[in-house]
Design a binder for this molecule. Sequence first.
Ligand SMILES: C[S@@+](CC[C@H](N)C(=O)[O-])C[C@H]1O[C@@H](n2cnc3c(N)ncnc32)[C@H](O)[C@@H]1O
Length: 288
Amino acid sequence: MTSKERADDVDHALDKPASARAYGWILGGKDNYEVDRQSVLDAVQGFPQCVDIARQNREFLYRAVRYLVQDAGITQFIDLGCGLPTSNNVHQVAQALNPDARVVYVDIDPIVLAHGRALLAKNKATTVITADMREPETILDHPDAQRLIDFSEPVAVLFLSVVHHLKDTDQIGHGPRHTLRHIIDSVAAPGSYLAVSQIVADDPQIGAAMSAQIDGDGVPWQTRTPAEFAALLDGLDPVEPGLVNLTDWRPDPSQPSLDPVPLPLHPYVGATETRPGIYEYGGVLRKP
Ligand SMILES: C[S@@+](CC[C@H](N)C(=O)[O-])C[C@H]1O[C@@H](n2cnc3c(N)ncnc32)[C@H](O)[C@@H]1O
């Protein structure tokens, strides 16, 4: 199946939950269906931490992009598995700090392109590509990526809350390591950055149960341990404080707040404090 056929498959599968729409609902978004909301409600029965975790990841996105523009001087971004537009999207955070910042958004779900187009209609420095991140070569060949990204200059490659969608057993592409590392290792200039996160479980058995539930619901999923995740990132230099629970990555209580949590999810807010063994793990790493 080609990337285009896979995207069409996602588009027409409204009887299956989609990660972009389910995650968007947790962030307070309106573009989702009953099947997406139900998959979240199913997941939080066993794993109530999912609500906090999704929102903590999105808060990390803001801090990571701000760091990359302000402290690292990055002006070009490729955001793989970007999700539906919400408040403080990558281009909005980056361009508020540096109007010259350019962003290539990539997502497998065509609904992201449909919503992104409206948001980006007047923004020539930003584009949305419908593609499968497991085929990074296709993304690099895309004319919009070639127009907006100058690979002789450092670039930031973002894989935020997407690595759990990359299964070790996946038959598409060349495995999670190739997906994560091809652009940064083979194409990006030294001084480029990878910003990356995934849901991890300290206890591998709990992680396996979580994978079985979410993957069984139709969303490709592999919860890893922190060590399994870190092993995918060897050879890159993590900036302070390294790979951590994202709540510990340069926390900033005064950062902009997210849209409100939808009412049916209120009972699960705060679950990461009472059940801390599952969390979103990641950080920002520099290519030496
Ligand atoms: C949990 S959301 C994360 C959104 C955003 N990166 C963030 O951190 O706020 C995961 C996104 O990855 C996308 N995705 C999953 N598998 C993908 C693939 N193989 N290629 C491209 N996008 C993918 C989903 O459609 C979804 O929009």
